[in-house]
Design a protein around this ligand. Sequence first.
Ligand SMILES: [Zn+2]
Length: 311
Amino acid sequence: MGGAGSIERAFVPGVERLTFPLPTGPRHVHCYLLDGDEGRLLVDTGLGFPADERAWEGLEVDSIVLTHMHPDHVGGAERAAETTGARVHQLGLDYDQCVRVWGSADWPERMAGWFRAHGVPTPVADELIEQGHVVAPFIRFVREPRLLREGDRVDGWEVLWLPGHADGHVALLRDGVLVCGDVLLAGISPAVGLYPESRPDPLADYLSTLERIVELAPDVAYPGHGEPVREPAERARELVEHHCGRLEETRVALADEPRTGYEVSVALFGDELSPPLRRFAVAETLSHLEHLVFRGGAARSSDGSLAYTAA
Ligand SMILES: [Zn+2]
């Protein structure tokens, strides 16, 4: 698994892409090397396989910016920082969640317990625990990064807080170029899931983020996976449409008797998903259910279980 990564030439002057293979879909992750006013920035660090570490050798980087705490973006941060000597930057909220998830030994158990409470069958939840413990040792994030806030600048690049795919997700903007992590992807809809100890309505966050991108109308967006997004505002509008459709499907899947997030996920995504895909499906379903609750299109069940009814 893993590989040394390869640097591709600039798409526009001052932007290069460094790609690492991933063992599971989407099978690769992109990091970016950006020219700043005074030095160079590295955006994201891959999953952190031992074979990936060679990529940092000889790389001249002055600052590392992490877009969000998902494993394929922060996993290589410690080695990248050690090898290059660059200071790591991360939004405060994102760093807090990073420590909570990757810095605690029992996160997979806590996550699985939360999924069971939403109706996920025990064997599926148990497999998530197992897989969580397989991934965790690779994830070497950096303690005490420089904490970012919306509107900060890192070497001339503006920091935008764009929550939704992750609560503390940031992107960098300069001269119409948006380096966007997983906020926008060209071919697939970025996952927007509800997870334990997260912001209450991640879909509302994401829809606001998409509206902001429509207003900003950058010339191009460079994402964490897949090809550059050539018309970011148009892509953002498509994703708003996608979620409006998914919200309606979610509303239709509810009834008078309570249904769990798991049951609704089966109605939306079928019953043949592998445990990791089921995890995404349930989290995605729950973000839509909670958004419906906030908008008045669904209600949390009054019987004390974590289940939902039609409003
Ligand atoms: Zn990603």
